[in-house]
Write a protein that binds this ligand. Sequence first.
Ligand code: ISE
Length: 340
Amino acid sequence: SDLRIAVLGLGMMGAFHVELLTSAIKGATVTVVNDFVADKAEAVAARIGARVVADPIAAINDPEVDAVLLATPGSTHFEQVSACLDAGKPVLCEKPLTTDVATSYALVEAEAALGRPLVQVGFMRRYDTEYVALKELIVGGGLGRVLQLHCTHRNPAVPDHFNSEFMIRDSVVHEVDVTRFLLDSEITSVQVLAGAATEAAPEGTHDPMLVVFETAAGQLVTDEIFVRSGVAYEVRTEAVGERGSALIGLDQHLTLKSTDGRWGGLITPGFVERFGAAYRVELQRWVDAAGRGTIDGPGVWDGYAAVAVCEAGVEAVRSGQRVPVRLGERPAPAAHGVTR
Ligand code: ISE
């Protein structure tokens, strides 16, 4: 029988997940929906034949819910993920895990105390075929020892509330996870260079920025974050090793057309075109794992580490200094999340 899912938060991401769950994912039924805007919840529920439960904690604890998808604001995640752990229900939590290091670490400890991984964090790039191929190349030794990563992360446009801090916590967080995923090493420091800003940026917002991570193995990672490029959704990563380099995200699998001896093509306009397939794989694997009472992807430790790096990144924007990242102790393997 289908896994019965509660979707909490029906903004852009929540609505996107509901759409996928009801159209593309096997073995799942959305039985309960929740949003702090009552009309929105009612409209979605009516369309897909689900029930509205107005209180988020009651939605999690509802007897007709086996697993929970959280697309609520980050500030509500600590309480909601805690409720999922208390109820013993698998949860897929959109980033960020929580909004500060202390509460994220509290969730690491709570899951460890429970003794089985239930918390998965929505870092969807780990399911993108290109990132998976790059990881396999690296793990297989195809590049030799990897020394540097160079990441580009551009959005065509964003709302005004994307200030420098938000850009770190909401956008750069993806490269934080990509770095940890590809290099299997923790990030130990963050530095941010804020140069000339686009005239599209509101006063005081540094857009673009150049972010530099250092890993425990001494590898350097650069990330150009530019969320008002005015052009397209461009996400590229190049890994540079002792025996070669590899770049992903260049043609983004769209058709390149040759004319007049030149090459060119389309750039993905948004995240749906770039990562839609990855979201679908992420969700299907999570549904399958949740049916077995577990997770299949980045776990609570990955969510915690990302929050810790982003917090250091925000301080690095303010201070202009290289800011160290110090992580708490990682619980024993049997207790922490499955990392892919
Ligand atoms: C947003 O939250 C995302 O997750 C997108 O993938 C990213 O490109 C964007 O910059 C973020 O703000």
